[in-house]
Design a protein around this ligand. Structure first.
Ligand code: C2E
Ligand code: MG
Ligand code: MG
Length: 589
């Protein structure tokens, strides 16, 4: 047997002479499965219904000749190999048969070994031919499959398998072409998972990815056939649907509602909320880009309102987006034009009433708008990256101002400088701080850096590295706005920090709200158990101060004592009398 498969090779013998048929049949049927027929016509009709690996055919038969049979055979059984059997007088014919597609020929009278060898060769050739054909069709199939995969990948999101932005825009453009029927509107809804980064940062990417898949699935479950749900990247999804204006609000509420049910991922039960921005066509645009841009502005507004809501685009959102852009532009020039300045707010030791430090707070003296508060421009500077050079300027200015004051001979005070999340992530932060200290000549123990809890929790490993670097310089670290983020106790223990700053929202309501009072109490106890200094900010009333004093809070800062002041006023009001030997005693109730 020459076949690789276990079945015997099948040979069809065609000869009009009975003796030759039987001779060949007897010779080959030990090793092969043989069928013998008496004419080319019979051979062809059998080949039409049964598969043979090899045909051994006489050339001259009554009726159709073997030579005429070959092309017909190649057509109906392209893989079958043919050996021609020829009388000596028909050798030329046999050669012609090779030309029309036969594989080999043998001549009569037979040399039996010759026949066996020819059959073996022919069957080997057949096996190779089959293998090659399989391989080719396998390759073809593979290429087709891969092409489909690549096509799929370029129009779908790898994580959720939902359409991606390209496909979404394509479908949106198509939908805009076909006029919506019976007064329906086309709605583009952009959705963003609120505080998704927190999930990712605290529970890891694997859980984050599964949450995103879950969100994708639920969204797909909310829509009708013909609608499109897409993922635009990270935690942003998009939905394209047609609806009647009256049904819109109901539909959007439904989507947000469906996503509110908790997601169960391993042992975690995650509650997520979404923000959504919606634009409607034709009201808010008739082309894809405008609709997406306007839905984006609406989403931005929804996010600003603390998330968990949807906003439908209104024209004033564009105006606001423009204003935002203008702010960013003038912010770019402000540093060179020296429009920034620092105000200083004293920080007071509660038991002694003495000033122990001051927080530097940046202000922007805008030529047309007047004094702009950091709450309005720090986020813009943060997003555009301008915070990096601005932050360096702030640190240098605060340190050299403090040096100037120290050089007047007063008791040296600590200056606290805020670091934004982006600054905190700068790989060269430690060197930058080190260099600033060297250049201004201020001793490191007089610098405290305020870093928010959320910014430290973003990447705990690298946060610890950075904090260690800063600690090695001799700089103090305070966690700002403590209580508003998501830090876990185990991390807190590992952070080389010196101070917790209780967020002002808790301080504000501590005397009226029992929950806030409990939080303040807990933070103070927690801080002290970790041997940290606890500072309260936003202290505005005597009652608040009294409350903090009773809980043995260490330091305070707030309007009760002083607003942040420009350097000259700060010096005059608080420092002028602060000589080394006579520290100011502040009268506090
Ligand atoms: P923060 O670091 O928590 O600063 C405390 C904020 O509370 C300051 O607002 C301060 O003026 C205000 N404040 C102080 N005492 C009281 C009080 O008794 N009652 C009330 N209601 N508020 C009080 P400001 O100056 O508007 O700064 C707001 C935020 O902007 C800061 O919060 C900080 O996160 C950021 N920021 C300010 N200056 C800088 C800076 O130089 N660099 C960076 N990266 N961020 C800054
Ligand atoms: Mg601060
Ligand atoms: Mg704060």
């Amino acid at each position: 047997m020459t076949r690789t498969e276990s079945r015997k090779a099948r040979i069809l013998i065609a000869d009009d002479q009975f003796e030759i048929r039987s001779l060949l049949h007897d010779l080959l049927s030990d090793d092969y499965e043989c069928v013998a027929v008496a004419s080319a016509e019979e051979a062809l009709s059998l080949l039409a219904v049964e598969a043979f690996d090899l045909v051994l055919s006489d050339i001259r038969m009554g009726g159709m000749s073997g030579l005429e049979m070959v092309p017909a055979l190649t057509r109906c059984a392209p893989d079958t190999v043919v050996i021609m059997v020829s009388g000596e007088q028909t050798v030329e014919k046999a050669i012609e048969a090779l030309r029309v597609g036969a594989f080999d020929y043998v001549t009569k009278p037979f040399d039996l070994r010759h026949i066996e060898a020819a059959v073996r060769r022919a069957l080997e050739h057949h096996s190779l031919r089959i293998a090659k054909r399989r391989h080719e069709s396998y390759l073809e199939e593979l290429i087709k499959q891969r092409t489909e995969e690549v096509d799929h990948l370029s129009y779908h999101d790898g994580l959720t398998d939902l359409p991606n932005r390209i496909l979404f825009e394509d479908r949106l453009a198509q939908a805009l072409h076909s006029v919506p029927s019976n007064g329906q509107l086309l709605a583009v809804m952009l959705l963003d998972v609120d505080r998704f980064k927190l999930v990712n940062d605290t529970l890891g990417h694997v859980v984050g990815d599964r949450l995103l898949r879950g969100v994708g699935e639920r969204l797909s479950g909310c829509v009708r056939a013909g609608d499109t749900v897409a993922r635009f990247g990270s935690d942003e999804f998009a939905l394209l649907t047609q609806l009647r204006e009256d049904d819109a609000a109901e539909m959007f509420r439904h989507v947000l509602e469906v996503l509110k049910r908790p997601f169960r991922i391993d042992e975690h039960e995650l509650y997520v909320t979404l923000s959504a921005g919606i634009s409607l066509s034709p009201t808010d645009g008739v082309d894809a880009q405008t609709l997406l841009r306007n839905a984006g502005s609406a989403l931005h507004r929804a996010k600003e309102q603390e998330g968990n809501n949807y906003q439908i685009y209104t024209a004033d959102m564009s105006a606001q987006a423009l204003q935002h852009l203008a702010l960013e532009n003038s912010l770019r020039q402000a540093l060179g034009r020296e429009e920034f300045m620092l105000h200083y707010q004293p920080q007071v030791c509660i038991p002694t009433g003495r000033i122990v430090g001051m927080e530097a707070l940046v202000r922007w003296q805008h030529p047309e708008r007047g004094l702009v508060s950091p709450g309005a421009f720090i986020p813009v500077a943060e997003n555009s990256g301008l915070i990096v050079p601005l932050g360096e300027w702030i640190l240098r200015t605060a340190c050299s101002q403090n040096m100037k004051w120290q050089e007047t001979g007063m008791a040296p005070l600590r200056v606290s400088v805020n670091l934004s999340p982006r600054q905190f992530r700068q790989p060269n932060l430690v060197e930058m701080v080190d260099q600033t200290l060297r250049e201004t000549g201020m001793a490191p123990q007089f610098l405290e850096l305020e870093i928010t809890e959320t910014s430290m929790m973003r990447n705990v490993e690298s946060a610890i590295q950075t904090l260690r670097g800063l600690q090695a310089l001799g700089v103090q670290i305070a966690i700002d706005d403590f209580g508003t983020g998501y830090s876990s106790l185990s991390y807190l223990k590992n952070f080389p920090i010196s101070t917790l700053k209780i967020d002002q929202s808790f301080v504000r309501d501590a005397v009226t709200d029992r929950a806030d009072a409990a939080i303040v109490k807990t933070i103070i106890a927690l801080g002290h158990s970790l041997e940290l200094t606890v500072k309260a900010e936003g202290v505005e009333t005597e009652e608040q101060l009294e409350f903090l004093r009773r809980l043995e809070c260490d330091e305070m800062q707030g309007y009760l004592f002083s607003k942040p002041l420009p350097p000259e006023a700060f010096h005059q009001r608080w420092l002028a009398s602060l000589s080394l030997d006579s520290q100011l005693e502040v009268s506090m109730a």
